[in-house]
Design a protein around this ligand. Structure first.
Ligand code: GLC
Length: 516
C-alpha cells in the first residue's frame, strides 16, 4: 500500500510558518523546530511551498535554481535536517515543484535572452510577432495582460501564463524533459516522499498557437484570462505524457505525484490520474459561497467522478481562509470541522492548510502593505490574507519571528495561538486533533467503495467498510437513519444515537464504527 493511501497532509507556507533568525521570513530551521506541533496534531505528511532560490516576484513560484535553497529559507543542509527530523517523527515530506515556468532570473532564461542561437533558447516558448508587430496570438496571462512579452533584442515574443518574470518553459523541448527528470532525481535522492506539481495542467501548448475563442456572451473584447475558452494554451494531451513518464520514473519508489490541476468540468480530470499523476486536488468547493446543500451534492459528485479520490482541501496559500469563507466566527469554525468530518473518510488525501487547525480567519493586511501581485491588481482576489504569519504563542511577534514579519498584518489575539489553544479542550486546535485521532483510530476498519446513505439535504453521509462518516452541514438539528448497530467514535458537536437513528446537532460531523 502506498504511504498516502490513508494519509492526511498539511500545507506549510514556508515564508509564514516559523522564522528562526529574525529576518521576518519563515525558514527551514524554524519549520524543523515546529515539527512537533505537526506530529502532535496527527497529520502524516508535510507539503512545503517553493523554497528554491528566487527573486520572489511570486513569492517562490518563480524559481531561479531548481536544485538549491534560497538563503532566506536556509541551506540545503538545513533542508536535509528538516527532512531527517520529519522522517524521525514519522512525517512524509512533499515538496512543491514548478515545471510550467521558471524565473526570468534562471540561468536558462538569461542564456535564452542572449539570442536565437543560445543553447537554452528552446527551453522557453518563443514566437515571431503577429503581422502588425503585436503579440503572436490573443492568449492572456492569469496575472493580467497578454501572455506574451516582446524581447526587443531578438524581435521575438516569449510566453508567460503568469508574470512576465515567470517565462513558460517549453515542454516541446526534450532538453526540458531531461532537465526536470534530473530535478526529480536530485530531490528523491535527498529523501523526499512526494511532489506537489504547480499548475500541472499548463505545461504544454497546442503547437498551432491558434487564438483561443472568446467565452460566449462576454460582450466585450477579451481582457482577462477568464474571458477566453482555453482550448489551445492549457490542458493539452502532451502534458499528460509528461506525467506518464514521471510516473514511470517514480514507480517502485513510493513517491507521490499530486497535481494542482484546474480543469473544468471535473470529469475531464480522469486522464490526469489514470496512469499519470497519483492524485489531483479538488478545487470545486473553493469558489462556492457556503451552502450546505450545494457543498454536500458537490462532494458526492466529485467522489463519483473520481472514485480513487482527490486531494481534498478547504483552503491553501491561494484562497481566502476557509473559516472566513464559511461565514467566520464560531459557526465558521464548526462548519469547517463538520466539513473535515465529511472529507476525512473519502478516498484520497485531505490536506490542511497551516492555521486551519487553529480556526484562523483571514489575516488583515492594510492596502499599503499588500505584496501579492494578484492583490495589487485586484484587491478582493488578493492572497495576502491567507499568508499572514502563524501565531504560535503569546508575546512579541506571536512566536513567528523576533523581527518584523515580511508581510505586515493586524496582530492576532492570544486565543488564536497554538500554545493557548493546546491548553483548551474546546479550542479549534484540540477539536481538530480529536477529529484526526478518531480518523486514525478507525483507519483499519475504513475501506472499499463509498456507499452513500440516505440523508436529509445538506448532510453528507456515507459508509466505507465498517466506518460511517455523517456530517450535518446545515444550521438545524437532523436525524439520519443508520441501519445496524453503531458506536459514535467521535463527533465535532452534539451527536446522539438512539437505536439506529443518529441525531446530529447543527454544523456537526461524526465518525462512527460498526459495533463488532
Ligand atoms: C499556483 C500557485 C500560486 C502561484 C501560481 C504560479 O497556482 O499555487 O501560488 O502564484 O501557481 O506559479
Amino acid at each position: 500500500m502506498s504511504w498516502w493511501a490513508d494519509a492526511v497532509g498539511y500545507e506549510v507556507y514556508l515564508r509564514s510558518f516559523a522564522d528562526s533568525d529574525g529576518d521576518g521570513v519563515g525558514d527551514f530551521p524554524g519549520l524543523t523546530k515546529r515539527l512537533d506541533h505537526l506530529a502532535d496534531l496527527g497529520i502524516d505528511a508535510v507539503w512545503v511551498t517553493p523554497f528554491y532560490p528566487s527573486p520572489q516576484r511570486d513569492f517562490g513560484y518563480d524559481v531561479a535554481d531548481y536544485c538549491d535553497v534560497d538563503p532566506a529559507f536556509g541551506t540545503l543542509e538545513q533542508f536535509d535536517e528538516f527532512a531527517a527530523r520529519a522522517h524521525e517523527l514519522g512525517l512524509k515530506v512533499v515538496i512543491d515543484i514548478v515545471p510550467n515556468h521558471s524565473s526570468s532570473e534562471h540561468p536558462w532564461f538569461r542564456s535564452a535572452l542572449e539570442g536565437k542561437d543560445s543553447p537554452h533558447r528552446d527551453h522557453y516558448v518563443w514566437r515571431d510577432p503577429a503581422p502588425d508587430g503585436g503579440p503572436p496570438n490573443n492568449w492572456l496571462a492569469i496575472f493580467g495582460g497578454p501572455a506574451w512579452t516582446l524581447d526587443e533584442a531578438s524581435g521575438q515574443y516569449y510566453m508567460h501564463l503568469f508574470l512576465p518574470e515567470q517565462p513558460d518553459l517549453n515542454w516541446a523541448s526534450p532538453a526540458v524533459h531531461r532537465a526536470f527528470e534530473q530535478v526529480l532525481e536530485f530531490w528523491m535522492a535527498r529523501g523526499v516522499d512526494g511532489f506537489r506539481i504547480d499548475v500541472a495542467h499548463s505545461l504544454c501548448e497546442d503547437r498551432s498557437f491558434a487564438d483561443n475563442p472568446p467565452k460566449p456572451g462576454i460582450g466585450r473584447e477579451p481582457e482577462d484570462f477568464g474571458d477566453l475558452l482555453h482550448v489551445h494554451d492549457i490542458d493539452q494531451p502532451e502534458t499528460i505524457e509528461v506525467y506518464r513518464s514521471w510516473r514511470r520514473l517514480v514507480a517502485d519508489r513510493d513517491v507521490l505525484l499530486i497535481g494542482e490541476v484546474y480543469v473544468d468540468p471535473a470529469p475531464a480530470m480522469d486522464k490526469y490520474v489514470d496512469d499519470a499523476l497519483h492524485l489531483t486536488f479538488f478545487f470545486g468547493l473553493n469558489p462556492l459561497e457556503w451552502d450546505p446543500v450545494t457543498f454536500a451534492s458537490t462532494l458526492r459528485e466529485a467522489t463519483e467522478s473520481l472514485p480513487d479520490g482527490w486531494g481534498w482541501i478547504q483552503g491553501s496559500h491561494d484562497e481566502h481562509r476557509a473559516v472566513t469563507r464559511f461565514g467566520g466566527g464560531p459557526e465558521g469554525v464548526e462548519r469547517s470541522l463538520a466539513l473535515w468530518a465529511a472529507l476525512f473518510g473519502l478516498p484520497g488525501m485531505p490536506f490542511l492548510f497551516q492555521g486551519e487547525e487553529l480556526g484562523l480567519e483571514n489575516g488583515v493586511v492594510a492596502p499599503e502593505h499588500v505584496l501579492d501581485p494578484v492583490g495589487k491588481r485586484i484587491p478582493e482576489d488578493g492572497r495576502d490574507p491567507c499568508r499572514t504569519p502563524m501565531p504560535w504563542e503569546p508575546g512579541a511577534g506571536h512566536g513567528f519571528s523576533s523581527g518584523e514579519p515580511w508581510l505586515i498584518s493586524e496582530t492576532r489575539t492570544d486565543n488564536e495561538t497554538a500554545s493557548v489553544q493546546a491548553g483548551d479542550p474546546e479550542s479549534p486546535l484540540s477539536r481538530t486533533r480529536a477529529l484526526l485521532d478518531a480518523r486514525r483510530s478507525t483507519a483499519g476498519r475504513r475501506g472499499g467503495p463509498v456507499d452513500w446513505l440516505d440523508a436529509p439535504e445538506g448532510v453528507v453521509a456515507y459508509r466505507r467498510g465498517e466506518v460511517a462518516h455523517v456530517a450535518n452541514l446545515t444550521d438545524g438539528v437532523v436525524t439520519v437513519a443508520l441501519p445496524g448497530p453503531w458506536d459514535v467514535a467521535h463527533a465535532t458537536g452534539e451527536a446522539v444515537l438512539v437505536g439506529d437513528r443518529l441525531e446530529l446537532g447543527a454544523r456537526t460531523g461524526a465518525i462512527l464504527g460498526v459495533v463488532a
